[in-house]
Design a protein around this ligand. Structure first.
Ligand code: RUQ
Ligand code: CUA
Length: 770
């Protein structure tokens, strides 16, 4: 064992000394050689140079993509297209402990629908919080189309904090879209259904009893939570409302939601009628819904709106009477509605029309002010004449869907689903500028900060609906394909294909990476889901296990424990068959990325405990037995030893007098050999410390953090050293040796950190100081 000890130490030191040694072998091959070997063209190299991010390099933008049916959010970098994170949102995600610790189970429970746990989501549209129409990088929202819900993710730690379930809708699509100061998060229905009734309503009563709707969820910025009690819902006609967008700048205070199937067709091949797709696309126009949320908010504040299901509810008659709701015809089965950065125009694409229609907000306001309507729909909603408010229509190609904007004024990009193309055009002049073919059948597209008041342009990502032959085949279910396109020049250039293997992302938003300031640790003992100090926060040395029983004889074994390299405290938990076991663990680490996991045999427990976090697991120990537990994150050289036992005794168990005998017994000589090793290790540590302190390490925050962490570990080693010396003084060689070994363990961790700091200084060309 001591031989091994010495060898591992020299390994540590050896590594430190050889880093940075010659790596000339591959540089003998020239760029030409590589191009030839891999069959690359000049164009490929140019594309590669635009996306390649050298080792250790970072991306200019972070993209937040819907995870489609996975119910998650995917985070990736642009232009490298490297996936950085999956955020658990509507679906349990074990690595993050999401849906496995008590704290996050409470978040998922908020998303119950009619009392049922829903453990997936059909996510469509992510939205980043805005201030004055600019992304502020504070929060992210995403909708669930299947089980009408909206989730709030805090970008301080990239965790889901809240899920609100819409108490009126049975399906949705037009969310999540935020108003320019994140006053509200919009969520519009998709398929009409009774709003105020959860019971059975026959399809024969579709026109009278089925309804669409649009919810404006009130967001409380200070709390970082949606407030259902301050949110309001518009009752809308039973047209299939589709996408929404909030007005901005000139159109601030208004919202826009388009629709399809304004034919109000109810299908029924079974009843000998033509199918939905025929009945829902027979008219030439559908309706764009225009809502005045500013005025609705005033009515709510004035107490003029009735309350239903814990929210405010605005019936159609009231919306019409108060001038909160108007309709404008829009060409055939529209999908996207996108407000231009200046808020002056709305661009609507009809899937079955080759044009995009550009509406003028100014003309819409004029028509409303002058009371110029071409009629009313069957529900009495005023219809504004399409020709009165159109700015222009541009014939772009087949199947136009979604639109995003460039940094250059008047320049927009629209996806063409049927043509499999991106069209670049000037919407002020009504001129096509460029077209690029993509692979295949593009849905949404995204430019950098492309739906804010000041888009950055630069890159465009095409979210293609089919991948077909673009990647190595992996069975009938293909990955999705996000294609990166350079839009910094007049002509668009296709750069890269990124497979997305986690559901069909519908939309994605990208923010400048330097606007995000995520934390590297929590305040100590933090419940990350409520963003408050956890009542179960446990300090080092205060760990405890308690067992208590109530009047009915129901017993609970509760553990307040800690984790830190490389031990879980407690190492033994004893309970009795039938006990409810509650385990609260606090990660005492402050060091960046020192996460510990916690899992247990056969109990569906898997925690992720990041530095500072307190996480809890509750389960019933309904069977007697031996349940090993351990840390699931490889956190240090002694990670595998980060272990323990839950021992569940059968009821009425009588202990027989067996004494715990240790597997190995140690002598005075073992102790002395270990101490010698420790002194040698200390000499190595001193050398490393001398190197670091003789350089300008304080100029490198990364090194300062490593040094802090190493100092902590050395502090722990001092404690163990003292215990070993005390045991040695009593000639208790067993404990003296074990504590001496523990002292060494801490030294190794300190040495590991010190060497990492030294390497960092060497690689960053640190200067010697006097
Ligand atoms: S979707 S391909 Cu936004 Cu749900 Cu359009
Ligand atoms: Cu902690 Cu592995």
């Amino acid at each position: 064992m001591h031989e091994l000890t010495r060898r591992s130490l020299s390994f540590l030191v050896g590594t430190a000394l050889t880093i940075g040694a010659a790596t000339a072998a591959w540089s003998a091959e020239t760029l030409r050689d590589v191009m030839k070997r891999r069959g690359l063209t000049e164009k490929d190299l140019l594309a590669a140079a635009k996306t390649y991010t050298p080792t250790g390099g970072r991306d200019e933008y972070l993209a937040f993509s819907s995870g489609g049916q996975s119910g998650q959010v995917i985070v990736y970098g642009v232009p490298s297209m490297r996936i950085l994170k999956y955020i658990g949102v509507f679906t349990p995600e074990p690595w993050q402990g999401y849906g496995f610790d008590d704290e996050s189970k409470a978040v998922l429970a908020q998303g119950r629908v009619r009392g049922k746990d829903i453990v997936y989501g059909d996510t469509h549209h992510p939205a980043i919080s805005e201030t004055d129409g600019e992304y502020d990088g504070k929060y992210l929202f995403i909708n669930d189309k299947a089980n009408p819900r909206v989730a709030v993710i805090d970008l301080h730690d990239f965790e889901t904090k809240q899920i609100v379930a819409n108490p009126f809708f049975k399906s949705e699509h037009g969310g999540a879209f935020v108003t320019p100061n994140t006053e509200y998060v919009m969520e519009g229905t998709q398929y009409a259904a009774p709003l105020l009734e959860d019971g059975f309503v026959p399809l024969e009563e579709f026109n009278d009893k089925y309804r669409g709707g649009l919810t404006y969820w009130k967001f409380n910025r200070e709390k970082g939570r949606i407030e259902p009690e301050n949110s309001f819902v518009f009752e809308l006609p039973p047209y299939s409302q589709d996408l929404s967008d909030a007005g901005k700048q000139d159109s601030y205070g208004w919202g826009f939601t388009n629709s399809f199937c304004s034919e109000r067709y109810v299908g029924g091949i079974e009843r000998g009628r033509p199918p939905f797709e025929a009945g829902c696309s027979s008219k030439d126009t559908d309706f764009l819904h225009v809502t005045n949320w500013k005025k609705a908010e005033e009515l709510v504040r004035a107490g003029k709106v009735r309350q239903e299901r814990g929210m405010y509810f605005i019936p159609m008659e009231q919306a019409i009477a108060e001038g909160l709701l108007y309709l404008i015809p829009e060409p055939k089965s529209p999908h996207g509605v996108d407000v231009t950065p200046d808020g002056k125009y709305l661009i609507v694409s009809g899937k079955l029309d080759s044009h995009v229609s550009v509406y003028s907000f100014e003309k819409i306001m004029q028509a409303i002010e002058e009371g110029e309507f071409e009629g009313k729909d069957p529900y009495g909603v005023p219809i504004i004449g399409m020709q009165d408010v159109l700015h222009t229509q541009i014939n772009l190609g087949l199947g136009p869907l979604h639109t995003q904007f460039d940094s250059k004024p008047c320049v927009a990009y629209t996806s063409l689903y049927v043509d499999s193309q991106v069209a670049k055009y000037d919407y002020c002049e009504g001129k096509i500028l460029d077209k690029l073919s993509i692979h295949y059948n593009i849905g949404h597209l995204m430019t950098m900060e492309g739906d804010t008041v000041s888009p950055d342009g630069k890159y465009l990502v095409a979210l293609n609906k089919l991948a077909i032959d673009r990647f190595n085949p992996v069975g009938p279910l293909h990955p999705q394909n996000h294609q990166l396109i350079d839009i910094s020049n007049e002509k668009m250039q296709l750069l890269y294909d990124m497979p997305v293997p986690l559901g069909e992302p519908h939309y994605v938003v990208a923010i400048r990476a330097d606007k995000l300031k995520p934390a590297v640790r929590y305040k100590s003992g933090w419940d990350s889901r409520t963003d408050q100090r956890s009542p179960y926060k446990t300090r080092a040395g205060r760990e405890k296990t308690e067992r208590s029983c109530d009047a009915e004889g129901k017993c609970t074994t509760e553990v307040w424990g800690t984790v830190i390299r490389s031990h879980i405290t407690p190492e033994i938990i004893e309970a009795e068959e039938g006990d409810t076991v509650k385990i609260h663990l606090t990660n005492l680490e402050r060091a960046q990325d020192e996460v510990h996991g916690f899992t247990l045999y056969g109990q569906n427990v898997q925690l992720s405990i990041e530095p500072g976090k307190t996480a809890s697991a509750t389960f019933v120990a309904d069977q007697a037995g031996v349940f090993p537990y351990y840390c699931t994150e490889f956190c240090s050289a002694l990670h595998l030893e980060m272990q323990g036992y839950l021992l569940v005794r059968p009821k009425g168990y009588q202990a027989t007098a067996v004494k715990l005998v240790e597997g190995t017994l140690y002598t005075k000589e073992d102790y002395e050999t270990q101490v010698k090793t420790n002194l040698e290790t200390q000499a190595v540590i001193d050398q490393v410390v001398a190197y670091i302190t003789s350089h300008n390490f304080k100029d490198f925050p990364t090194v300062v953090a490593l040094v802090e962490d190493a100092t902590d570990q050395l502090g722990f080693s001092e404690g163990a050293k003292k215990k070993s010396e005390e045991a040695a003084a009593k000639e208790d060689w067993q404990n003296a040796m074990l504590w001496a070994n523990q002292w060494w363990q801490y030294q190794v961790k300190a040495a590991d950190l010190g060497l990492r700091a030294k390497t960092y200084l060497e690689e960053s060309g640190a200067q010697k100081v006097q």
